[in-house]
Design a protein around this ligand. Structure first.
Ligand code: ASP
Length: 602
C-alpha cells in the first residue's frame, strides 16, 4: 500500500548528513540503494543525489514499522522520519562522508515501489552497454553517472563565467536552418508549409556567428548543439556540443588567449592548474616531427636522421635519398627479443610508402658509423627502443607536388607507427598513465586538400577560412602548398577544437569558392546572401569551436563520450531508450509530401 507525501518536507539531503546533525530529527527522501535484514534489525542505505545515509529500523520502533520495512526492496522510493544519531565507534564507516551517523527511523512512508530491476543503480560496473542505454534512467541513477553529469555542469558553468568575464555575449542561433559546408552530410527537416523543401540542422553555427560579427556583436559565444550525419565511429555522436566562439578584429593570438583562459577555468574544476601559454607548432613542423596534425607530446618527437647516412649507404640500403628518413624513440622499452621484433614488423604493416628498420643492432653491424650518428641525433637512452623509418627508392620521380605528397606519406606512416609503439609499450614507458595534460596549438594548416575520389580541391577547414597573407599569390598556381590561417588546439594526441581567421572580403571569398570548383551561379545559389553581406562593411574576424563532450570526457577520466552525454546514441546512431529513429505514420508523411522508397529500391 503506497503512502502520500502529504505536507511532509525534506529537512536534509542524505549525503550531506554529518556528525553535527546528530541528535536532531530529520526527514530524508530517496531511493533504497540496498537493504540488509538482520532479523530484528533492518538497515537501509537511502540514496539521493548527494550520496547515501544509513537508516536503521530497530525492533523497538514497533512491529508495524518493522513489518513495513520487511516489504521494502531496492529502488523503492521512501520518506524516512527519524532521529540522526552518532554511530557506535565500532561501526563508523570511514569510506563514506556520512559514515559517522545513522538515522533511526520513527516512521517510513512508501512513496513508490519498483519492479525488479534489469540493472541495479547500486552496481558500479555494468558490462552490457546496450542494457545501460535502454534503461538509461536507471543507469543515470548511479553515483558515477551523477558525478559525470555534475562535472559537465561545472565545466560548462566555468567556461560560461570565464567568457562572460571577457565580455562575450552568449547568443543563440537557429536549429532549423540551411545546409552549412562543414563537410559532413546534413540532417534534414522537411517543411510541411513548403512541401518538398527542407531545413537542415546546423553542422555548426559558422555562418551565423560570422553574420553576428558583421552585425557588430564583437564577441560571441554559444554552447551550441551541432548535427553531422557522418559515418559513425566509436568516439563520434551524430549530435554533439561545441563551445563555439567568434571575435571581431581577432588575430590567432587573440583567439588563443581566450581559449587558454576558458580551458584553464575548465581544468580548475578538477583541481588541475594547466600551464599557459600553450606551445605552438606549425602544421609542417607537426608533420615532420610527429607525422600527424595532432601530436601527442607525451612521447619524444621523431628525428630527421637523413644526415647520418652517406649517399652510397642510402643506395646500398635502397633508401630514397629525397624522401624522409626518421628515427622513432620509445622510452624504456629495453632490449627486444627476436619475436618482439617480428611482431613490430607486423604492427608496421605492409606499406608501400615506407619501410622500417626495427633491428638497429643488425643495421649497426653493417653501418656502424651511420648508426652512431643516428644515436647522436635521436639521443635515445640506453634502454630506449630505437627504430628507423624510410622510403624505398622510387622507380620514377614525379613533380615537386607529387614528391611533397610522397614525403608526407612517409611521415604519416612513421607517425602512425610511433603511436602504435606508444600504445603497445604503454606499460613500460608509463607516459600515458600520469595525469599529464600536454596542450598544443597547431597553426598554418594547408588551405586545401586534394579529394582523390572527386578529383578536386576541398577546403581543409571550411571555405570561410582565410588564406595566409603570404600565400595569396600561389592560391591558384600551387594550391597544395598554400597555407591558411587555420589552427587546432590539441591535447595528448586528441584534437579538442579547430578554428580560423575568416575571409572578410567578398572578392577573396568569391575566389576561394571558385578555387573549390563552385561556379558563380552555384555561389549565388548557396551563399548569395553571405557574399552580399560581406560587401556591407564586414570587419576582420575569427574564431574557433571546441568539442565540449570530449573535454568533459577527458576531465572525467573516461574513454567514451557516452559516459558524459546523458542521453547518447549508440555507435549505430540509435537512441535505445526512446527507440529512435522510427517510421512515422502515412498521415505525417502525406502532410509533408514525402513518399518513402524502400532501401532495396534505392
Ligand atoms: N565551425 C567550425 C567547426 O565546427 C569551427 C570554426 O571554424 O569556428 O569546425
Amino acid at each position: 500500500m503506497l503512502d502520500f507525501l502529504g505536507t511532509l518536507q525534506r529537512t536534509h539531503m542524505c549525503g550531506e548528513l554529518r556528525a553535527s546533525d546528530a541528535s536532531g530529527k530529520v526527514v530524508l527522501m530517496g531511493w533504497i540503494n540496498r537493504r540488509r535484514d538482520l532479523g530484528n534489525l533492518i538497515f537501509l542505505d537511502l540514496r539521493d543525489r548527494t550520496g547515501i545515509a544509513q537508516v536503521l529500523i530497530t525492533a523497538e520502533a514497533g512491529a508495524e514499522l518493522h513489518k513495513k520495512a520487511e516489504t521494502l526492496r531496492s529502488e523503492y522510493v521512501i520518506a524516512v522520519i527519524g532521529q540522526c544519531k552518532l554511530r557506535d565507534p565500532g561501526t563508523v564507516n570511514k569510506n563514506i562522508p556520512t559514515g559517522e551517523i545513522e538515522v533511526v527511523a520513527d516512521e517510513i512512508r512508501l512513496l513508490n515501489d519498483s519492479k525488479p530491476l534489469p540493472i541495479s543503480p547500486a552496481d558500479n560496473d555494468i558490462a552490457n552497454e546496450e542494457v545501460r542505454l535502454k534503461y538509461r534512467y536507471l543507469d543515470l541513477r548511479r553515483p558515477e553517472m551523477h558525478e559525470n553529469v555534475a562535472l559537465r555542469h561545472r565545466v560548462t558553468l566555468a567556461i560560461r563565467e570565464y567568457l562572460n568575464s571577457q565580455g562575450f555575449y552568449e547568443i543563440e542561433t537557429p536549429m532549423m536552418t540551411r545546409s552549412t559546408p562543414e563537410g559532413a552530410r546534413d540532417y534534414l527537416v522537411p517543411s510541411r508549409v513548403h512541401a518538398g523543401k527542407f531545413y537542415a540542422l546546423p553542422q555548426s553555427p559558422q555562418q551565423f556567428k560570422q553574420i553576428l560579427m558583421i552585425s557588430g556583436f564583437d564577441k560571441y559565444f554559444q554552447i551550441a548543439r551541432c548535427f553531422r550525419d557522418e559515418d559513425l565511429r566509436a568516439d563520434r555522436q551524430p549530435e554533439f556540443t561545441q563551445i563555439d566562439l567568434e571575435m571581431t578584429f581577432a588575430r590567432p593570438d587573440t583567439v588563443f588567449a581566450v581559449v587558454e583562459g576558458f580551458l584553464t577555468a575548465a581544468w580548475k574544476t578538477i583541481g588541475v592548474d594547466i600551464q599557459t601559454p600553450f606551445p605552438r607548432m606549425t602544421y609542417d613542423e607537426a608533420i615532420r616531427l610527429y607525422g600527424i596534425d595532432k601530436p601527442d607530446l607525451r612521447l619524444p618527437a621523431m628525428a630527421d636522421v637523413k644526415p647520418a647516412f652517406t649517399p652510397e649507404q642510402l643506395a646500398t640500403l635502397n633508401i630514397d635519398p629525397d624522401l624522409p628518413i626518421v628515427a622513432i624513440v620509445t622510452p624504456k622499452v629495453g632490449e627486444l627479443s627476436r619475436k618482439e621484433r617480428d611482431d613490430l614488423k607486423l604492427l608496421f604493416g605492409d606499406r608501400k610508402e615506407a619501410k622500417v628498420f626495427e633491428d638497429i643492432k643488425r643495421l649497426e653491424k653493417s653501418f656502424p658509423d651511420a648508426v652512431a650518428k643516428i644515436r647522436e641525433i635521436a639521443k635515445p637512452n640506453p634502454d630506449d627502443l630505437l627504430v628507423v623509418v624510410a622510403a624505398s627508392k622510387r622507380s620514377e620521380v614525379g613533380s615537386a607536388a607529387k614528391t611533397r605528397q610522397e614525403a608526407q606519406a612517409v611521415y604519416a606512416a612513421a607517425g602512425q607507427f610511433r603511436l602504435v609503439l606508444g600504445q603497445k609499450f604503454a606499460a613500460q614507458h608509463g607516459a600515458f598513465a600520469r595525469r599529464d595534460f600536454r596542450f598544443l596549438w597547431v597553426t598554418d594548416f594547408p588551405m586545401f586538400e586534394w579529394d582523390e575520389s572527386e578529383g578536386r580541391w576541398n577546403a581543409a577547414h571550411h571555405p570561410f577560412t582565410s588564406p595566409h597573407e603570404e600565400d595569396m599569390p600561389i592560391l591558384e598556381s600551387d594550391p597544395g602548398a598554400a597555407r591558411s590561417l587555420a589552427y587546432d588546439v590539441v591535447l595528448n594526441g586528441t584534437e579538442l577544437g579547430s578554428g580560423s581567421i575568416r575571409i572578410h572580403r567578398q572578392d577573396i571569398q568569391s575566389s576561394i569558392f571558385k578555387a573549390l570548383g563552385m561556379s558563380p551561379e552555384e555561389q549565388q545559389l548557396r551563399f548569395g546572401y553571405f557574399l552580399e553581406a560581406l560587401q556591407y562593411g564586414t570587419p576582420p574576424h575569427g574564431g574557433i569551436a571546441l568539442g565540449l563532450d570530449r573535454i568533459v570526457m577527458i576531465l572525467a577520466g573516461t574513454n567514451s563520450l557516452r559516459e558524459v552525454i546523458p542521453f547518447p546514441k549508440t555507435a549505430k546512431a540509435v537512441d535505445l531508450m526512446m527507440d529512435a529513429p522510427t517510421p512515422v505514420s502515412e498521415k505525417q508523411l502525406k502532410e509533408l509530401g514525402i513518399a518513402v522508397v524502400p532501401k532495396r529500391d534505392l
